[in-house]
Design a protein around this ligand. Structure first.
Ligand code: CA
Length: 229
């Protein structure tokens, strides 16, 4: 049985999260603040953490950073639907995914399962990724749409490979920029949009209605996961 650590200061929300996840078959440890969360994390070694960003004292970003210094455990952050910036910052301090409040039990459990599945799959990324008509050969650095070989620039290939290695995972523009340049400059984030546009022209049947590289509004981009667009 997988263990999930839930970190949420509002008692009612905490109880709801615990009930949803227990009903879905997980063992749940629920705590109400950052320092207790770190203790519970070290003691229980959970398989995944559901972390609210709005916590009194040590906030969710600090908790996320602290855990990331010790562990690659999957982390899903909870944010308010209006706080787009929080999602971006949350992903940049090491969260794997986010769920926006208010959410349905089904949505939360689906996201938890998807992130757990992804975390298991990430141990051995396949050298050749196939989704629909698209084939990305990471070793040969070749991309095909059907039988047609597509010529990508090194930057375009790096972007596609980064996302395709983690299907379904959302990347912020800054994270993608770090992948292609090693060092990120915030002012160049918009350059990513231009590269993505070119990449879509080359690999998408209809670049205006992309099937492989999906826009995550207000956050960034992701490669289509096994769950579909
Ligand atoms: Ca809260």
């Amino acid at each position: 049985m997988k263990t999930i650590l839930v970190v949420e200061d509002e008692p009612r929300m905490r109880q709801l999260l615990q009930a949803y996840l227990e009903q879905a078959g997980f063992r749940v440890i629920a705590v109400g603040d950052g320092p207790t969360a770190l203790q519970a994390f070290r003691r229980e070694r959970p398989d995944l953490i559901v972390l609210d960003l709005m916590l009194p004292g040590m906030d969710g970003f600090d908790v996320c950073r602290a855990i990331r210094r010790e562990s690659g455990v999957p982390i899903i952050i909870l944010t308010a639907r209006v706080e787009e910036e929080d999602r971006v910052v949350g992903l940049e301090v090491g969260a794997d995914d986010y769920v926006t409040k208010p959410f349905s039990p089904r949505e939360l459990v689906a996201r938890v399962r998807a992130v757990l599945r992804r975390a298991q799959g990430e141990v051995t990324p396949p050298p050749v990724i196939r989704v629909g008509d698209l084939t990305v050969d990471l070793e040969r650095r070749e991309v095909r749409v059907g039988d047609r070989l597509v010529h990508l620039t090194p930057t375009e290939f790096a972007l596609l490979a980064t996302m395709a290695r983690h299907p379904g995972r959302v990347f912020t523009r800054l994270q993608l920029l770090e992948q292609i340049q090693g060092v990120a400059y915030e002012g160049y984030e918009r350059a990513i949009d231009a590269h993505i546009k070119n990449l879509r022209q080359k690999i998408e049947a209809d670049p205006k209605n992309p099937q492989y590289i999906l826009t995550v509004y207000g956050v960034g981009y992701k490669f289509r996961g096994e769950e579909g667009p």
